[in-house]
Design a protein around this ligand. Structure first.
Ligand code: MD3
Ligand code: FE
Length: 204
């Protein structure tokens, strides 16, 4: 099943389900090297979402701003390599949504515990807006907010469930979006958490 959110935005329901058995152990290895952590925004707020990264580039924020780095500022080591199963899932989902040859160099992994939320924002730190963003949701369901090109535009509420993959490109790439505070409805496999990967082409 494919839901159309915009001309270039799609939710592929359950697309990642066949990959879950491989994705979960890969996350466990990743978090042993670069653990989930709560970062601080330039405005001085600590994010309720905990995050880590894999791939050549990782997204970070601190008081100095948002940016992509090759080094994990907590471990002082490069971010862990992107597991093959991550890259494969992202590439196949992008192709299924009409974006061929997606080669992400960054994967931001967000972990939501009950109450965690992500306020409306645009993803603008990537160099290349031509490449889509692919997002994979695992664990507890969330209500995703899909807005327009201005913060004040009306938002659409889209439920994202375990195994759903969303692909955002073209004219929908710079839309405002966010996630409502997570409700505690424990998931059989992941318990009281939601994990979301977003794959991006962040560098040149
Ligand atoms: C729509 N993450 O990490 S993924 C983020 O569920 C982020 O953790 C959310 O927004 C999450 O930046 C949403 C879906 C997503 C990602 C990027 C987008 C939707 C998007 C870029 C443009 C439009
Ligand atoms: Fe985002």
């Amino acid at each position: 099943e494919r839901d159309f959110l915009g001309p270039d935005a799609f939710v592929l329901r359950g697309f990642a389900l066949p990959f879950v058995g491989e994705l979960l152990p890969a996350i466990e290895l990743l978090e042993q090297v670069s653990p989930f952590r709560h970062m601080v925004t330039p405005g001085g707020f600590t994010m309720s979402v905990a995050l880590t990264n894999c791939g050549t580039l990782g997204w970070t924020t601190d008081r100095r701003g948002y940016r992509y780095t090759t080094i994990d500022p907590d471990s002082d080591q490069p971010w862990p390599a992107m597991p093959a199963v991550f890259a494969r899932t992202a590439r196949q989902a992008a192709a299924a949504a009409g974006f061929d040859n997606f080669e992400p160099d960054a994967c931001l992994v967000n972990r939501y515990l009950p109450g965690a939320r992500l306020s409306l924002h645009q993803d603008k730190n990537e160099r290349d807006y031509d490449a889509p963003i692919v997002s994979v949701s695992l664990g507890m369901s969330a209500v995703f907010l899909f807005g327009g090109h201005q913060r004040s535009d009306k938002t659409m509420k889209v439920p994202l469930h375990h195994g759903d993959v969303a692909v955002w490109g073209g004219e929908d790439r710079l839309r405002y979006h966010g996630v409502m505070p997570l409700k505690d409805q424990p998931h059989p496999l992941l318990g009281s958490q939601r994990i979301n990967f977003t794959f991006r082409k962040a560098g040149g």
